[in-house]
Design a protein around this ligand. Structure first.
Ligand SMILES: CC(C)(COP(=O)(O)OP(=O)(O)OC[C@H]1O[C@@H](n2cnc3c(N)ncnc32)[C@H](O)[C@@H]1OP(=O)(O)O)[C@@H](O)C(=O)NCCC(=O)NCCS
Length: 327
């Protein structure tokens, strides 16, 4: 698109902006990647970030860039463009953004990680991903970011693999079973939340993800406030909860879950694999067609997800980076 006019904007039309941002991911079925517009409005009004808009000949907004300089000197950007604008228009816009952040002393730039975005990601092999790679950005995943995003987009065709069924049977012989907890498990599920994610567990652990544990604890307790069977999926040793995936949900063709976890003493016995596969099967029966998830870049749970038909679709926000000092 040749006739793009690029200009810095202050408070752009939010309807057009949100349409553009959401269209970037609409076709993927992944709805958790989106902007929190109230926070975005706050940041813009507060001068903590800058926006550029590129408009076509009739003034239609066709690309939009946002830049934010974090306190540690990292520039965070994102760029959303309609497909026709990913050529010179987007290039000019990226140049504006990089010049601006360079002048303000940014040492590097990350795609995504904007404080008002709940999640960001770049589709692997998408025009957006190739555009950034062609402009000096490289995949430098950093440890705490939940960076690989995986999707099973054919959940209705999912069947629990025979070997997983065999592991399930072998575990049953050892007294380990799976299912949604009912009233008699309520106490044990609450104990599980406390033991694994309670204050004491957080205090004693050096797990880098322990800051999320209070949320997991709260989510389990919230699930237990609903009527049985509760909306989590568990592994039991006799009647004791020893692992869970939760909370679980399905609606409008999408399935989702919070977090899978197996108590450390029970790990390495295929409980996690069986638990997860049976949970996906349940979400399939609830009508899920697509299940998206994100995980840690070094988490072995990726093997469990891949074994259940999940494939890599996105690089998480912040993975694509460019070092300005070396340019
Ligand atoms: C991730 C976690 C749930 C796994 O539970 P687990 O019961 O120890 O794992 P399992 O024994 O069932 O499975 C892991 C093994 O099965 C393998 N596996 C997974 N799916 C498989 C499949 N379909 N076919 C064959 N092997 C498979 C894995 O590669 C791994 O292999 P290994 O035993 O040779 O190392 C557990 O480690 C945990 O609670 N971790 C902390 C919480 C966490 O990180 N959760 C994930 C957040 S995204």
């Amino acid at each position: 698109m040749r006739h793009l006019s690029v200009r810095q904007v202050k408070l752009p039309g939010f309807t057009r902006l949100s349409r553009l941002m959401n269209s970037a991911f609409a076709h993927t079925g992944v709805t958790f990647i989106r902007a929190d517009h109230a926070r975005l409005r706050g940041y813009l009004a507060d001068d903590r970030c800058r926006c550029w808009a590129a408009c076509g000949p009739r003034g239609a907004l066709c690309a939009f860039a946002i830049a934010y300089l974090a306190e540690d000197g990292t520039g965070c950007i994102d760029l959303f463009a309609v497909p026709e604008a990913t050529g010179p228009g987007a290039e000019r816009m990226l140049a504006c953004v990089e010049r601006y952040l360079g002048r303000r002393g940014a040492h590097s730039i990350r795609v995504g990680c904007l404080p008002f975005m709940r999640w960001t990601a770049v589709g692997l092999g998408s025009p957006r991903c190739l555009f950034f790679l062609d402009h000096g950005y490289r995949n430098r995943a950093y440890s705490l970011n939940p960076q690989p995003y995986m999707v099973n987009a054919a959940v209705q065709r999912f069947r629990v693999p025979p070997r997983v069924r065999q592991w399930q049977k072998a575990l049953a012989r050892e007294g380990v079973t799976f299912g949604r907890p009912i009233a008699k498990h309520k106490r044990s599920a609450a104990d599980f939340a406390e033991t694994c994610f309670g204050e004491e567990a957080v205090r004693k652990s050096d797990n880098p993800f322990r800051k999320y544990w209070p949320n997991y604890r709260a989510q389990i307790l919230k699930a237990l406030e609903q009527g049985p069977p509760y909306p989590i999926f568990c592994a039991f040793d006799r009647d004791t909860v020893i692992g869970y995936v939760g909370p679980i949900r399905a609606g409008e063709g999408r399935g989702g879950f919070g977090h899978p976890y197996v108590m450390p003493a029970y790990r390495g016995r295929k409980i996690g694999v069986v638990l997860f596969n049976l949970c996906v099967d349940l979400l399939r029966r609830w009508g899920a067609e697509v299940i998206p998830l994100s995980t840690g870049s070094e988490n072995t749970a990726q093997e469990i997800y891949a074994g259940a038909g999940f494939t890599y679709r996105f690089l998480g926000g912040g993975s694509l980076q460019k070092n300005l000092r070396r340019c």
